[in-house]
Ligand binder design. Structure first.
Ligand SMILES: C[S@@+](CC[C@H](N)C(=O)[O-])C[C@H]1O[C@@H](n2cnc3c(N)ncnc32)[C@H](O)[C@@H]1O
Length: 393
């Protein structure tokens, strides 16, 4: 991992935008009369309208941006996801709703594959917070799926009515704000954010009781009692996110893809510095205070927390698997094989490369997981036929 001081310097205009966001963060700290929680810092840094990383005026996704997601890497991802969607839609009918659709590639690949399978959803809804990204998604869909564009609809909020069909969320939960805690010698502290003359810094206080008990519920008592520092995160936004999901689900399956762990692995003894990570132009580092608004800030997903939140809002956890196994069970190799017919050497090499990155445990295959949440849906889900690890949650 890089030191933030070794990162390339952003442009003058980008640094000016970051200065404006830093002013906004300082105002927030002054208004509170106290350092702010890291979740509040992360919310402003990522989602402040016009300035936050995801709501600013730059497109950060893809090869020319800061990170590449599975749909950017290969259309094999969307084609396999579409096979699972096709099975679901045959039972439920209805629509697909995608959260935060990035460059629009997942939507394009899912729709074109469903078209080939003759199971096109009535509507493909995209819940996108950033108007600039909406334009980018429209361009992608115009280019790759023009004949299906009439079915695509952009939303600013979740639908008011319940829906039937599929909900897709790829790399959404890792972008939700988290609290940070540190524990040692039996004490549990919250790491908050204070201002300096030229930036921001960590500021520790005793964790409020609700946070301390959330930490105790997740982290082994011997780690908390131990003499070494143990720093990690708790995603406080998962419960409201899942509750919102529950409100719109009728006969519906939500497929949630992200990097993360079961709780036991997340808060393992060895993971002493948590999972907070920042991305800027394909470089990873761990300083969230570096030019706020210009870099992505993420934390891995505690899939057990997602499953618990689902449980308490009346949603069934219907499958959990490493992403590689899910994609293989959803026909990724058949798709890859079909694409190799008539392919030249270069294309063959590309298909082999994409297949490996998506499925190998040492690449995206294991670190990324898929969780299926269902309401009003009792049929099986083929994507979990190869392996279903729900017992590990
Ligand atoms: C890492 S990006 C993933 C983009 C895309 N899904 C992909 O795979 O390329 C995270 C996205 O989640 C979006 N996001 C976070 N919370 C959201 C919410 N409540 N509704 C819709 N999008 C959300 C952010 O705006 C951002 O675009």
């Amino acid at each position: 991992m890089l030191e933030a001081s070794n990162l390339p310097l952003p442009s003058d205009a980008a640094r000016e935008a970051s200065d404006r966001l830093a002013d906004q963060l300082r105002r927030s700290i002054i208004e509170q009369g106290d350092p702010i929680g890291f979740d509040e810092y992360m919310r402003i840094a990522l989602y402040e309208p016009g300035l936050g990383y995801y709501l600013g005026n730059a497109i950060n996704f893809g090869v020319d941006g800061d990170f590449v997601t599975a749909p950017e890497l290969s259309s094999l991802f969307g084609a396999s996801v579409a096979r699972q969607c096709s099975e679901i839609l045959q039972h439920t009918g209805g629509d697909i709703l995608e959260f935060g659709a990035g460059n629009g590639l997942l939507g394009a690949h899912v729709l074109t594959t469903l078209d080939e399978l003759s199971v096109v959803p009535e509507r493909y809804m995209i819940l996108e917070l950033n108007p600039l990204m909406r334009e980018r998604q429209l361009q992608t869909l115009q280019e790759l799926a023009p004949h299906l564009l009439s079915r695509v609809e952009w939303l600013h909020d979740l639908p008011k009515c319940k829906m039937n069909g599929v909900i897709l969320a790829n790399e959404i939960i890792d972008a939700l704000p988290v609290k940070i805690f540190r524990t040692a010698d039996g004490d549990i502290h919250e790491r908050r954010v204070a201002q300096l003359d030229d930036g921001f810094t960590w500021f520790e206080t005793h964790a409020p009781e609700w946070l301390a008990s959330a930490v105790r519920a997740r982290v082994d008592a011997s780690i908390i009692a131990g003499g070494s520092d143990y720093v990690s995160e708790i995603n406080t936004s998962i419960e409201p996110w899942v509750n919102d999901l529950s409100r719109v689900m009728d006969h519906t399956v939500a497929l949630i893809f992200d990097y993360g762990f079961t709780r036991a692995d997340y808060y393992s003894r060895d993971r002493t510095q948590g999972t907070l990570m920042c991305h800027f132009r394909h470089r990873k580092h761990n300083n969230p205070f570096w030019f706020p608004g210009l870099q992505d800030i993420t934390a891995s997903v505690d899939f057990t927390a997602l499953a618990e939140a689902a449980d308490s809002s009346g949603i069934r956890v219907a499958g959990f698997s490493e992403q590689g196994n899910f994609l293989l069970a959803s026909g990724l190799l058949d798709d890859a094989q079909r694409r190799t017919e008539k392919a030249n050497d270069r294309t063959l090499a590309r298909i082999a490369f994409e297949t490996k990155i998506l499925t190998l445990p040492s690449e995206m295959g294991s670190r990324f997981k898929v969780l299926a949440l269902t309401k009003g849906y009792n049929a099986s889900l083929s994507g979990f036929q190869l392996r279903d690890d729900r017992h590990r949650l």
